[in-house]
Ligand binder design. Structure first.
Ligand SMILES: Cc1ncc(COP(=O)(O)O)c(C=O)c1O
Length: 490
C-alpha cells in the first residue's frame, strides 16, 4: 500500500533545534498510538525531502530516537518503531485508537434537520419493485455513453476539466434547445436553458429564486413530495390543490390564490404524478390566465414527456406561454439514466441567469465532460433513437401490466388506461386496505407504493401507483402474481 506523506509539525521560529523537534514529534506519535509497534518509519532521504530539511538532520533525529529506545534500525531494511516498548499510557492510547477508527457519534452543536430523504428502496434481492417513476437501467446504452464520455474527455480539450459557467456547457444548451424546439414546440435558444443535476436541483433552485418565507406554493394535493420539500426548504408554505380526472382543479386553485400570496404553482400537467391524468385543454388555458393575472410562476415538471404512446404527446404548457409565466423543467433521468443527473430549466433568459447564479453558490457547475458527451449524443441522433426504442418497450410493458392486472386481479382493482407515462394509477375495490396490501406484498417479494405516500395530508386512499417501466414482461407477470397472493381482505 502506498504510504501517505509523513506529516510532522516543525516550527522554524523557535530555538528548539530541528533534530529535537523531529525526534520529539515522532516520539509523540508513538506515545499517542498513531505509530504502532513494528511500524516502519520513512527512509531518511524521503522524510528529509518531505520536511524540507537536510538528510543529516533526519539521521540525527533517528539516532536520538534509537538512543532513547523508541525505534530500532535494522541493517538494509530501515528504521522501525521498537516492538519492545511498554504500552506507554494504555487508556489514553486506547482512546486515541478509538478516535482514529470512527467519528464521534454525536455533534456538540445544534443542527437544522432536513426532512428525511427519499431513499432508494432497500429491499431484499429478488424483490420486484413497481417503482413509481424509475426507468429500467438495464436498458441504458452504457457503451454509447462510455464511448461518448471518452471522446469528450479526449477531444473536448483540457478546458472541459476546468471551472466553467454554472448554466451548463454551451454545446449541450444548444442541443437541448433545438431538441425542445423540434419535439416540444418550445421556442427556446441556448440562453433560455440552464443545465442542472437532475430536475430535483432545477426545482430546488427555482424554489430559492421564486419563493421565500411567507410565500405560498400551490401544488397538486396528490403529487411529488421531493418537489414540495424543496419549496419548504426555501421557506415557502406548500398548499395542496385537488386533482381530478382532468388534472389540477383550477377553480380550487383560484380560491387558494384569493386567500394566500401564491408565488408559484408546481404542476405535472402532461402525466400528472401520481395519478397519470393529463391536464385538460380548458384547464391549461385557465391556469395560464390565472398565472398571468396574479403574476404567478408556473413550474411545469415534465418528467416523462417522451413516453406518450397513444396519439401525439400533449405539448408543454410552456409552448403556449406568451406572457412569460411558465418555467419548464425537464430531465434525462427517465429517458437515459437517473445517476447521470441531467436535468434542465427552460425559461426567459433573465430567469435562467438567476438560476445559474444560485447554482454557482451551491454546486459551482455541472460535469462539463458529461454535458459535452450528451450534447454529442443528441446532435448525432443517438438519444432520439434510444428514446424511440424505450418508448416501444415501455408501451409494451404498460400493455403487459394492463393485461396481467386484468387477468390476475381483475376482480379486485380498476384503472384507466393511461395514454402515456411509466405507471398505472390503480384503484383497489372496496374491502381492500391498500396499505395492508403493500405490507403483505413486501413479504411476498413485491413493492407497491400507495396513495398516502403521495398525499399532502398523508391520509390513506384506496389507490396505488404501479410503475411498470423498470420491470420486464416476465417480472411484471410474476409481480402481479405476488400481489394477488398478498391480497388482504378486511
Ligand atoms: C414527478 C417527478 N419529478 C421529478 C423527478 C426527478 O427526477 P430527477 O431529479 O432525477 O431529474 C421525478 C423522479 O422520480 C419525478 O417523478
Amino acid at each position: 500500500m502506498t504510504r501517505w506523506e509523513f506529516v510532522l509539525p516543525l516550527d522554524r521560529r523557535t530555538d528548539v533545534p530541528l533534530v529535537r523537534q523531529i525526534a520529539h514529534a515522532i516520539a509523540d506519535d508513538i506515545r499517542r498510538g498513531r505509530l504502532r509497534r513494528g511500524d516502519p518509519l520513512p527512509g531518511s532521504r524521503t522524510l528529509a525531502q518531505s520536511l524540507g530539511v537536510q538528510r543529516l538532520t533526519v539521521v540525527a533525529a533517528y539516532d536520538e530516537l534509537v538512543a532513547e529506545g523508541w525505534v530500532v534500525t535494522r541493517r538494509a531494511r530501515g528504521t522501525f518503531v521498537s516492538s519492545e516498548l511498554p504500552d506507554p499510557e494504555p487508556r489514553r492510547v486506547a482512546r486515541m485508537r478509538a478516535a482514529a477508527s470512527g467519528m464521534p457519534p454525536r455533534a456538540a452543536f445544534d443542527v437544522h434537520a432536513a426532512p428525511a430523504p427519499e431513499l432508494p428502496y432497500d429491499v431484499p434481492r429478488g424483490t420486484l419493485l413497481f417503482a413509481p417513476s424509475r426507468p429500467d437501467v438495464r436498458l441504458v446504452p452504457r457503451d454509447l455513453i462510455g464511448r461518448a464520455y471518452r471522446r469528450a474527455i479526449k477531444r473536448g480539450g483540457g478546458a472541459l476539466l476546468s471551472y466553467a459557467a454554472p448554466n451548463g456547457h454551451p454545446r449541450l444548451r444548444r442541443a437541448l434547445a433545438s431538441m425542445l424546439a423540434s419535439t416540444r414546440a418550445l421556442p427556446a435558444t441556448a440562453d433560455n436553458v440552464c443545465v442542472t443535476r437532475g430536475s430535483q436541483m432545477a426545482i430546488a433552485l427555482l424554489a430559492r429564486a421564486l419563493t421565500g418565507p411567507g410565500d405560498v406554493v400551490a401544488v397538486e394535493r396528490l403529487g411529488y413530495r421531493p418537489a414540495w420539500e424543496a419549496f419548504r426548504l426555501a421557506g415557502a408554505t406548500v398548499v395542496g390543490v385537488p386533482v381530478d380526472a382532468d388534472g389540477m382543479r383550477i377553480d380550487a386553485l383560484a380560491r387558494v390564490v384569493e386567500r394566500h400570496r401564491v408565488r408559484a404553482v408546481y404542476v405535472t400537467p402532461h402525466h400528472q404524478f401520481p395519478t397519470t391524468v393529463t391536464l385538460s385543454a380548458g384547464r391549461r388555458l385557465e391556469l395560464l390566465e390565472l398565472a398571468r393575472a396574479h403574476r404567478i410562476a408556473i413550474v411545469e415538471d415534465d418528467y416523462d414527456h417522451e413516453f406518450h404512446y397513444d396519439g401525439r404527446p400533449v405539448l408543454p404548457l410552456a409552448s403556449e406561454d406568451v406572457h412569460g409565466n411558465v418555467v419548464y423543467v425537464g430531465t434525462l433521468s427517465k429517458v437515459l439514466a437517473p445517476a447521470l443527473r441531467m436535468g434542465y430549466v427552460v425559461a426567459p433568459a433573465e430567469i435562467v441567469e438567476h438560476i445559474a447564479a444560485f447554482r454557482s453558490h451551491i454546486d459551482t457547475q455541472g460535469d462539463s465532460v458529461l454535458e459535452y458527451a450528451v450534447a454529442e449524443l443528441i446532435e448525432d441522433g443517438e438519444i432520439q433513437r434510444h428514446v424511440r426504442r424505450m418508448r416501444r418497450e415501455y408501451r409494451a410493458r404498460r400493455d403487459t401490466l394492463v393485461s396481467e392486472l386484468t387477468r390476475q386481479l381483475g376482480d379486485h382493482v380498476e384503472f384507466e388506461l393511461p395514454a402515456g407515462g411509466i405507471a398505472l394509477w390503480v384503484k383497489a375495490r372496496k374491502g381492500i386496505d391498500v396499505d395492508a396490501w403493500s405490507r403483505a406484498a413486501l413479504k411476498a417479494g413485491a413493492v407497491i407504493v400507495t396513495a398516502s405516500a403521495f398525499a399532502i395530508d398523508q391520509r390513506p386512499r384506496p389507490f396505488v401507483r404501479l410503475g411498470f417501466a423498470s420491470l420486464n414482461a416476465r417480472e411484471l407477470a410474476e409481480g402481479v402474481r405476488r400481489l394477488r397472493a398478498a391480497l388482504p381482505f378486511r
